[in-house]
Design a protein around this ligand. Structure first.
Ligand SMILES: C[S@@+](CC[C@H](N)C(=O)[O-])C[C@H]1O[C@@H](n2cnc3c(N)ncnc32)[C@H](O)[C@@H]1O
Length: 230
């Protein structure tokens, strides 16, 4: 069964575009760090890149232009986001493949291995058993020396899900001034219904058990990148 998708990722993608434009989820800081990670991958040139929950692919495009890339494969459930992705990726000089499918199924659909697997603000939509399974699939499908970059929202250790969500919502009310009150309500509904962040230390521990070497890069209390090296 295809998972249900929130309206903010279907009919109201423009709200998410505003969130990126005003850097409310720290995409700029994440991009600066992931630029260094991409540059450090020495598996092969050009790189094969997989992006899980790619959205409109806008934030990753500079990474695909900074060094030789053979292919970019993006997974997303949202038709609207993938239409924007198609348009945005026309600037990129590599083979691009977009799949409207659950990221949980990439291992059944794709052939071969990747040098970089990227997932930004998407894995928190999965349940914990799915997160662990996708980390295992990613480990299997990365070349030796390859890297998985997980940008996401994470609870703090011991913090209940509801407390994290309400803390995030308080932050939105205080700082997301360019998002109208009506749009904010939509984000709050989305978070309460669809977001299931885990503590970063839990995900790091699962990844280490699988065989990854993990580095945690905390941009601020609410936004974190895990770098998982094979
Ligand atoms: C917050 S957006 C992030 C988009 C982009 N990666 C970024 O950082 O700007 C989350 C994306 O994950 C997608 N998504 C949610 N659950 C998914 C799933 N199970 N499989 C594939 N995509 C999913 C949504 O459609 C949405 O485009």
């Amino acid at each position: 069964m295809t998972p249900k998708l929130a309206a903010i990722f279907t009919s109201h993608w423009n709200v998410y575009q505003k969130i990126i434009t005003y850097n409310y989820m720290r995409h700029r800081e994440m991009a600066a760090h992931s630029s260094e990670i991409f540059a450090g991958v020495k598996t092969r040139t050009p790189l094969k890149v997989l992006d899980l929950g790619c959205g409109d692919a806008q934030p990753i495009i500079p990474r695909l232009q900074q060094q030789p890339v053979a292919s970019y494969t993006g997974y997303d459930l949202s038709e609207v986001a993938l239409q924007f992705a198609q348009e945005n990726l026309s600037k990129v000089n590599c083979i691009t493949q977009l799949r409207q499918a659950p990221m949980q199924q990439f291992d059944e659909i794709e052939e071969g291995t990747f040098d970089v697997i990227h997932s930004s603000y998407a894995i928190h939509h999965l349940q914990q058993h799915e997160m662990r399974a996708i980390l295992q699939s990613c480990f299997t499908r990365l070349d030796d020396g390859g890297v998985m970059i997980v940008v996401d929202i994470f609870r703090n250790d011991g913090q209940p899900r509801e407390d994290y969500i309400e803390e995030y919502i308080d932050n939105i009310k205080a700082t997301w001034q360019m998002i109208t009150p009506g749009e904010q309500e939509e984000v709050f509904y989305h978070m309460r219904q669809y977001d299931f962040p885990v503590p970063a230390n839990d995900m790091a521990g699962w990844a280490e058990d699988i065989g990854f070497t993990v580095t945690t890069h905390r941009v601020d209390r609410l936004h974190t990148m895990l770098v998982l090296k094979k």
